[in-house]
Design a protein around this ligand. Structure first.
Ligand code: URA
Length: 284
């Protein structure tokens, strides 16, 4: 029987499976980065600086005792509510979608930004009467920097075509602009931090009709705790900060429809409602 000494090189497949389970499924740069070496260097730096500056040991410091490892430079942990308040303040300052995009690009308060490759702001026509809001970018969207470009995006394009629309006649965004690692569900805190940005995006785009794709964006934008199968199919409202009331049609997420094709007929009904509403408003 083969013995396991613990010294065998890890099986590459196991390692990759571990990475995938941990949400590490993308190479961000071509060459590996040795984070252990980087942090060892950072930790050594203050001691070296002190030594080269000829600093005497602090009074009371025990010369014979092994030196305590220098603490890494303190990174202030900013509570999520503070980040959400900062996001609200910043978002309210944007007077155009371009300004909002720049503000969001400079905002470091959402941890998802650190692991995402790009910020996925929007696609389509910001002047369109119809705005669609999804949940968060996936792998393809993160790579391209555009919402709904993967398989669910292709289905979304087909759904739009079925009611005579395309990406030039709709504006498309997400509640969260940064891909959660491994496509995990965004946490409530991450959603609250990003909420002011998507709300401002809606207020600035001024769509006549909103369609939410999937449960999270429906719940957030119509302020409901109901599940998507209960919410979908009937008109709800989203009220912007200035009091504008926008009709919202919550519908099923295209990724859900890919997994549950029998429910495509429900989404089809929802989009027929959207078409009728756009016609009623003189948009098509
Ligand atoms: N799913 C979403 O909710 N948004 C995207 O942009 C892609 C997939």
């Amino acid at each position: 029987m083969a013995s396991i000494s613990g010294n065998e090189p890890p099986d590459l497949r196991d390692l990759l499976a571990f990475y995938a389970a941990a949400g590490v499924d993308d190479a961000l740069v071509d060459d590996p980065i040795d984070r252990f070496a980087e942090s060892a260097q950072r930790q050594a730096a203050p001691a070296q600086q002190a030594a080269s500056a000829g600093e005497a040991p602090r009074a009371g410091a025990d010369r014979s005792a092994p030196a305590a490892p220098p603490r890494p430079a303190a990174v202030a942990a900013v509570p999520d509510e503070v980040q959400a308040a900062a996001a609200r303040e910043l978002a309210s300052k944007a007077t155009s979608l371009d300004e909002l995009k720049q503000i969001m690009a400079g905002f470091d308060g959402c941890n998802l930004k650190a692991t995402a490759k790009s910020m996925v702001f929007a696609d389509g026509n910001p002047e369109a009467d119809l705005m669609l809001v999804g949940e968060a970018p996936g792998r393809d969207e993160d790579l391209e920097g555009l919402p709904f470009v993967g398989r669910s995006g292709q289905l979304l394009d087909r759904i739009l075509a079925a009611i005579g629309l395309d990406r030039k006649s709709a504006y498309i965004a997400n509640v969260i602009p940064w891909r959660p690692p491994g496509n995990r569900t965004p946490t409530p805190h991450e959603t609250e931090i990003c909420r002011p940005f998507v709300e401002r995006q809606i207020a600035l785009a001024k769509p006549k009709v909103l369609v939410t794709l999937g449960g999270p964006s429906a719940k957030l934008l119509v302020g409901s705790q109901d599940g998507i199968l209960r919410l979908r199919g009937s008109w709800k409202s989203h009220v912007t900060a200035d009091g504008t009331v926008i009709p919202v049609m919550p519908t099923l997420h295209p990724a859900y429809l890919l997994r549950n094709p029998a429910h495509k007929k429900l989404a089809w009904r929802d989009f027929l409602e959207v078409k009728a509403k756009l016609r009623e408003l003189g948009s098509i």
